[in-house]
Write a protein that binds this ligand. Structure first.
Ligand code: HEM
Ligand code: HEM
Length: 161
C-alpha cells in the first residue's frame, strides 16, 4: 500500500484540472467551425478552436497516463474514519470524473473527425455533468479541509514518492 500520491500523480491532477476548466470556459471557440461542418462545408479553425481540439487530446493522453499510474504504482487508501457511504461516494465521484473526462474527449474526437452531428449532441451533454461532479468534488475537498480537518488537501499537495 502506498503512503500518498507521487509527484507525477499530483502534477497530473492539477494540470488536468486546469485543462478541464479551460475546455469548459472556452468551448464556444469551436462552435463557428462546427456550424460550418454541420452545414456540409469546410471549417477554418481559429487558434482557440485548435486549442479546444488539442486541449481535449491532451486531457485524454494525461488521463490514460494517470490511470496507468493508478494501476502500476497505486494510490493511497481513502483517509480513515470515513463511513462506508462516504467511501462509496468518493469512489463514485473519482471514477465518475475519470469517465466523463474520457467520454468528453472521445465523443469530441468522433464528432469532429467523423463530422457526425449526433455525436456533437452527445458531446454537449458532458458539460452539465462536469459542473455537477467538479462542484461536488471541490465541496467535498473543502468539507474535508475545513470541517473534518483531516489534512486531505495536503495529499494532493505533498508528494510521497
Ligand atoms: C480546486 C479544485 C480541486 C481540488 C481542491 C481538488 C482536490 C482533490 C484532492 C484533495 C484529491 C485527493 C483525494 C484523496 O486523497 O483521496 C483529489 C483527487 C482527484 N481529483 Fe481533484 N481537485 C480539484 C479539481 C479537480 C478537477 C477539475 C478534476 C477533474 C475534472 C479532478 C479530478 C480528480 C480525480 C479523478 C481524483 C482521484 C485521484 C485518484 O485517486 O485516482 N479534481 N482532488
Ligand atoms: C475532455 C475534453 C473536452 C471537454 C471538457 C470539452 C468540452 C466542450 C464543451 C463544454 C462544449 C460546449 C457545449 C455547448 O456549449 O453546448 C464543447 C463543444 C465542442 N467540442 Fe469539446 N470538449 C473536449 C474535447 C473535445 C475534442 C478532443 C474535440 C475534437 C477533436 C472537441 C470538439 C468539440 C466540438 C465539435 C464542439 C461543438 C459541439 C456542438 O456545439 O454541438 N471537444 N466541448
Amino acid at each position: 500500500m502506498v503512503k500518498g500520491f507521487s509527484r507525477t500523480q499530483i502534477a497530473l491532477h492539477w494540470v488536468v484540472a486546469v485543462l478541464i476548466v479551460f475546455q469548459l470556459l472556452f468551448a464556444d471557440s469551436i462552435k463557428p467551425a462546427w456550424r460550418a461542418v454541420r452545414n456540409g462545408g469546410t471549417a477554418s479553425l481559429s487558434t482557440m478552436a485548435w486549442a479546444h481540439i488539442l486541449g481535449g487530446i491532451l486531457v485524454l493522453a494525461l488521463v490514460v497516463w494517470r490511470l496507468w499510474l493508478r494501476q502500476s504504482r497505486g494510490v493511497p487508501d481513502l483517509p480513515g474514519g470515513e463511513t462506508g457511504v462516504m467511501k462509496m461516494a468518493a469512489l463514485a465521484g473519482h471514477w465518475g470524473l475519470y469517465a466523463i473526462m474520457i467520454g468528453a474527449a472521445v465523443t469530441g474526437l468522433i464528432a469532429w473527425y467523423g463530422a457526425i452531428p449526433a455525436m456533437g449532441e452527445v458531446h454537449q451533454m458532458f458539460q452539465p455533468l462536469f459542473y455537477i461532479l467538479i462542484g461536488v468534488h471541490v465541496l467535498a475537498a473543502l468539507y474535508h479541509h475545513f470541517i473534518l480537518k483531516d489534512g486531505l488537501l495536503n495529499r494532493m499537495r505533498q508528494p510521497q514518492d
